[in-house]
Structure formats: structure tokens, C-alpha cells
Design a protein around this ligand. Structure first.
Ligand SMILES: Cc1cc2nc3c(=O)[nH]c(=O)nc-3n(C[C@H](O)[C@H](O)[C@H](O)COP(=O)(O)O)c2cc1C
Length: 401
């Protein structure tokens, strides 16, 4: 086994930014926006604690460029109407202690939160738990500029970079997936066409920000869904990304499609996507981050020592022990992963989300009670916040069907 020091070696990204070590807090939708798309004090405190805990970079999940296709009403919305000073406070807190803080640029598309949106995806869908309309050519044409504007504002507010969200079944991932994308125009069909929007978004962002600003992409290795994106197609996307100005490719997988497997609800042991990363390594010179299933320091050391992975992405570990990077530098502490018996779908992700609030409020971890109750509490909070969102953004509150 390689020495732990390998995890604490700095690395330089193509844009010149130096990450202080190899440990990243992968994007999590923390549900801590205030319902008007702005950061709360609890959220600012959460990122402050993570930065103090010794990570190299944290990524805020699901930051929307438009309020109309949010994943949840606790998302941030960064557009021309946002109060940049609130975002500046978040950027500052998350960049303490030499950490980087990036925003993940999201658009939930077909999976937009129904009470505050009329979901639209690459193609119309009507299935249990998921109904959406098809985006028009005009809708698609407006997207690169929208993502680029949010990236520009992120830079202005003091964040170190952005991550384009093309994973887990949200809009850009829907375009990549033959299951969601049945279009017959230039944005559907072969993988070359399905990735077209993602490439246009990246080009627009890179043109809108300064050369030293990080542009990363999160991509599924596979959707783990019948008829979804498969590994060979994901490798084609990686080949194409080689020709773009991105600084980092974050590989993950799974989707939040109703009934599907999501990585954050998975109970698997050991990292999930290393075999895919081994396939990707020879075809790209871009730094690779791999996210999903890292549970021990040995997992992380082995991944970096293999030469395949440059940066290890962890989500749930950071919820359980926000300062594990400083601890891992001194000793091999075990992370307190809870055991869930027969968890309902979405229950584990709901539990981790509620725990994020406790961390931001400097509260101790509560005993795990009934996960059905946790889901109910989580959903009730979102229903309340949706009312604030609908009033603030002057949209009707749609009934949940
Ligand atoms: C509470 C929670 C919220 C998440 N939200 C997002 C998100 O907004 N964007 C994203 O790309 N992934 C999101 N994820 C997925 C994680 O980034 C990660 O891919 C997944 O949890 C697997 O990593 P882990 O095994 O280290 O938890 C979320 C995970 C959790 C637990």
C-alpha cells in the first residue's frame, strides 16, 4: 500500500489553479438555499466547516441559472437578479484554509421539481412519476448562454470555478441518454448528436470566464438504467471533451430517475467507478476525479496511487465527518457510516440531506429514526419552501401529481 502522503500532494489543473490535496467534496444538493435562490447562514457555515476540515475543493450542488427548472426549492439561483453579496459571503467562507469552492451548474430538465416548474426535457415523457414536455429548438438555443452567464457571475462573486452537471439524470445527462433523448434533430440520435448541447455549453462557458477560472464537468460512466447511457458512449463523450478547455472530469454514475439506482442511495462497498476510470485514462489527458463509494482512507490512497485517479470525490463521507481530511493526514480514522435496514427509495439521500442542516447549525448527529419519517420531514420542508419560491419568482404553485 502506498503512503498516505500521496493523498496530500498538491496538483495543478490545466487552467493553472493548484489544488492543495487530492480530496474533493463532490456536489451535493444541500437544500439550504432560502427559497429565493440565495445562500442562508446555515449553508455558509456548512461550507466554512468543510473548508476548515482540510479538503482541496468543495462543490455546491445544483446551482440554477433559471428558477424555472430547479431540482429542489432549496437550490441556489445565480442569474442577473441575484444578490451577489450573499453569494460572495458563501464564496469567501468556502475558500478559507486554502480550499477551492466551485458551483455546480444545474438544470433539472425532465426532473425539475413539479410544484415550481413545468418540467421540460429533450423529449416528451409520460410515465409514472415523471411527465415532461419536449424542449423546442429555441429552448435549446438559449441554454449555452444561460449556463455561461451563471459561470460569469460565479467568477464575479469570487468562486474558483464551476462544474457543468451532466450526470445523474438531470438535463445535460438526459440529452446524453437515449432513454430520455428521442430527438431526431441535431441534438438527438447518435452519441455525437446527443453530446452536442454539452459541448456547446462548455464552449460558451469557457469563452465567458477568465483563463484561470476552473471549468469542470461531471459525467456518468453509465446511467445504470435499461436503455440509458452506456459506458462505450460515455467514453466517446470523454474523447470529445479532450478537445475542449475543461480542467477536470468528474466521473460518477446512476440517476435519480424514479425507480432507478442513485449512487447516493447505494449501499455498495468500495469505489464504484474505478474500472470505468481505467478505461477512460488512456483516452484523455484531462485530470480525472472519480466519485462514488469511497469509504476508507485506503480506498482513496489506492485510487490515487494507481495513477488512474487524480482527485477522489466523496459526498456522504463529508456528511458523516466534515473534517476527515485533516484527520486522515494524521491517522487512518474510520468514517462512521450508518447501517440502514431495508431503506425506502430515496430514504438514505433524505437522511444525509437532513444531516447537512444539522452540520450547518452546529448540531450533533441525531439517532437514526424511521427513514419514512425522515423523508416526510424533508418533503414537508420542500413544500413550505416551494411557496416562498413561487411567491418570490412570481410563478404559480403547480399541484404535485
Ligand atoms: C444528500 C446528497 C445530495 C446530492 N446531490 C447531488 C447534486 O446536487 N449533484 C450531484 O452531481 N450529485 C449529488 N449527489 C451525489 C454525490 O455527489 C455522489 O455522486 C454520490 O453520493 C456518490 O458518492 P458517495 O458514495 O461518496 O456518497 C448527492 C449525494 C447526496 C448524498
Amino acid at each position: 500500500m502506498a503512503k498516505p502522503d500521496i493523498l496530500f500532494e498538491p496538483m495543478q489543473l490545466p487552467c493553472g489553479v493548484v489544488l492543495k490535496n487530492r480530496i474533493a467534496k463532490s456536489a451535493m444538493s444541500d437544500s439550504l438555499g432560502d427559497g429565493t435562490g440565495h445562500p442562508t447562514d446555515t449553508q455558509i457555515r456548512l461550507y466554512d466547516r468543510w473548508a476548515e476540515g482540510g479538503l482541496a475543493v468543495a462543490i455546491v450542488g445544483e446551482v440554477q441559472g433559471s428558477p424555472y427548472f430547479a431540482e429542489k426549492p432549496g437550490n441556489l439561483v445565480l442569474n442577473g437578479d441575484a444578490d451577489l453579496d450573499r453569494f460572495r459571503q458563501l464564496a469567501e467562507a468556502g475558500a478559507r484554509n486554502g480550499a477551492q469552492l466551485w458551483l455546480q451548474l444545474g438544470h433539472a430538465g425532465a426532473m425539475a421539481y413539479p410544484p415550481i416548474s413545468t418540467p421540460k426535457g429533450p423529449s416528451a415523457l409520460d410515465m409514472p412519476g415523471l411527465t415532461c414536455a419536449q424542449m423546442t429548438a429555441e429552448d435549446i438555443a438559449a441554454l449555452p448562454a444561460m449556463f455561461a452567464r451563471t459561470a460569469m457571475l460565479a467568477q464575479e462573486a469570487g468562486f474558483g470555478g464551476v462544474q457543468v452537471h451532466a450526470a445523474h439524470g438531470f438535463l445535460l445527462s438526459q440529452f446524453l441518454s437515449p432513454l430520455f433523448n428521442k430527438r431526431t434533430d441535431a441534438y438527438g440520435g447518435s452519441i455525437d448528436r446527443r453530446m452536442r448541447l454539452l459541448l456547446e455549453v462548455i464552449v460558451a462557458i469557457r469563452a465567458a470566464v477568465v483563463p484561470g477560472f476552473v471549468v469542470a464537468v461531471k459525467l456518468n460512466a453509465t446511467d445504470q438504467l435499461d436503455g440509458g447511457l452506456v459506458e462505450d458512449d460515455a467514453l466517446e463523450v470523454i474523447r470529445a471533451l479532450e478537445g475542449t478547455g475543461i480542467d477536470l472530469l468528474d466521473i460518477s454514475g446512476g440517476t435519480y430517475f424514479p425507480g432507478a439506482t442513485s449512487s447516493s442511495d447505494s449501499g455498495g462497498t468500495g469505489p464504484y467507478f474505478l474500472r470505468f476510470a481505467e478505461r477512460a485514462r488512456p483516452i484523455t489527458t484531462k485530470p480525472l476525479m472519480v466519485t462514488g463509494g469511497f469509504k476508507t482512507r485506503d480506498h482513496a490512497i489506492a485510487a490515487v496511487a494507481s495513477g488512474v485517479v487524480d482527485l477522489v470525490g466523496l459526498a456522504r463521507a463529508f456528511v458523516l465527518q466534515p473534517d476527515f481530511p485533516v484527520k486522515w493526514q494524521r491517522a487512518d480514522i474510520a468514517l462512521p457510516f450508518p447501517k440502514f435496514t431495508d431503506p425506502p427509495e430515496g430514504g438514505i439521500t433524505a437522511w444525509y440531506t437532513m444531516r447537512l442542516t444539522e452540520i450547518g447549525e452546529d448540531r450533533e448527529r441525531q439517532e437514526i429514526s424511521d427513514l419514512h419519517q425522515t423523508i416526510a420531514t424533508y418533503e414537508a420542508r420542500d413544500r413550505e419552501r416551494a411557496k416562498t419560491w413561487a411567491a418570490y419568482f412570481k410563478m404559480g404553485l403547480c399541484p404535485v401529481t
